[in-house]
Design a protein. Structure first.
Length: 330
């Protein structure tokens, strides 16, 4: 494995393998230049990303086209900070400081005017992301790093919509952001290694564990996770075992905290289906084709937790795992 920890701005060209551990030891010098961060999209991921930056002392402008969503996000961040105070991991004063570090905007140009880094966490739609990055390229200050939290869209393609592809990178936070340690850092074909170094050091400063990978369909997390989930659904479809048996084998046999069918419900079956489509089209390999049962469930609106039913049924206020009547007795 070729390790490259230089910070001289050369391109990764999608071929250089980098060690996050090596880079994680870097001092804060690389991040010293970053104090103002724009976060685009105030949904599930955007509010978590704003939360962790603000808690670590960065000034954050949270930007969303929907003003009501911004209000909701600030409420969610406040509630999540309260939980940390109740656990004793944060003081009331630290909570107030973190909240004071966040401002909101509905206008992208105003929101990123003083940013040294923008993290985009808007809806997973390629046309939308390309439009956002075209705009960011014209309104963000020169030298501002443009990161995306996309789960599956090519960083190289997003970067090509800008005139600063060397400054575009993937920062794939995991859900829920304040809790999950990993940030998968994705180098686009043209991402400068100095940018990878800066973002790696920044993640370490947030208390996260950065892991750098290159830009191929599904990156690492979803390239490995989604075929496992798809195989679990195929096993159910073929009658090899029922929902509970499949999840129990993987929980108790492989020490997974959650079975693959429960995890698919949590992620959203529509999201799983669209990531499998990216893998299928990106590699041109039929092994990534979504199981017909998954496609049918998405078509029928059975999307998992968000729709109230997937492989399990979700009743508000209940933590019991109840298998959907579509699969009961199997
Ligand atoms: N949800 C997850 O578990 C998860 C995990 C990792 C990565 N991601 C990725 O993170 C990104 C966001 O996902 P999410 O689950 O938070 O989505 P979400 O639907 O909860 O939130 C998306 C937000 O983007 C806003 N938005 C849409 N267009 C916008 C625009 N032009 N400008 C500003 N804001 C805009 C919407 O109003 C919404 O508030 C996606 O790329 C997704 O693939 C999601």
């Amino acid at each position: 494995m070729h390790l490259n920890s230089s910070a001289n701005g050369e391109h990764n060209n999608g071929r250089t393998f980098r060690s996050a551990n090596t880079l994680g030891n870097m001092t804060n010098t690389a991040t010293a230049a970053i104090s103002n961060i724009g976060v685009i999209g105030a949904g599930t991921m955007g509010n978590g990303i704003a939360h962790v930056f603000a808690q670590s002392g960065y000034r954050v402008t949270l930007i969303d086209v929907n003003a009501a969503q911004l209000e909701k996000a600030i409420g969610t961040i406040s509630k999540n900070l309260d939980r940390q105070v109740a656990k004793g991991t944060l003081t009331e004063a630290q909570k107030a400081t973190a909240l004071g570090n966040i401002s909101t905007a509905t206008d992208v140009a105003a929101g990123v005017a003083h940013a040294q880094l923008v993290v985009e966490a808007a809806t997973e739609n390629i046309d939308l992301k390309l439009k956002i990055f075209r705009e960011l390229d014209t309104v963000a200050p020169p030298g501002c790093i443009l990161a995306t939290n996309t789960s599956s869209i090519s960083i190289t393609k997003i970067a090509a919509a800008t005139r600063r592809p060397a400054l575009v990178i993937g920062m794939h936070f995991m859900n829920p952001v304040p809790v999950m340690k990993l940030v998968e850092i994705i180098n686009g074909y043209a991402t400068a290694s100095s940018v990878t170094d800066t973002i790696t050091a920044l993640c370490t400063a947030l208390g996260k564990i950065p892991c750098a990978v290159n830009d191929y369909p599904g990156f690492i997390a979803n390239r490995i996770l989604m075929p496992m989930i798809n195989e679990a659904i195929c096993s159910l479809y073929e009658g090899v075992a029922g929902v509970e048996a499949i999840d129990t084998v993987m929980k108790l046999g492989m020490a997974h905290p959650m079975g693959p069918l429960q995890l698919a419900d949590f992620i959203g079956l529509d999201v799983c289906c669209s990531i499998l489509k990216v893998l299928y089209e990106g590699f041109g390999n039929p092994k990534y084709a979504a199981c017909p049962l998954l496609v049918n469930m998405v078509t029928a609106g059975r999307l998992g937790v968000k729709s109230g039913e997937g492989f399990y049924v979700y009743t508000a206020g209940s933590k019991d795992m109840v298998v959907s009547s579509s699969f009961a007795g199997r």
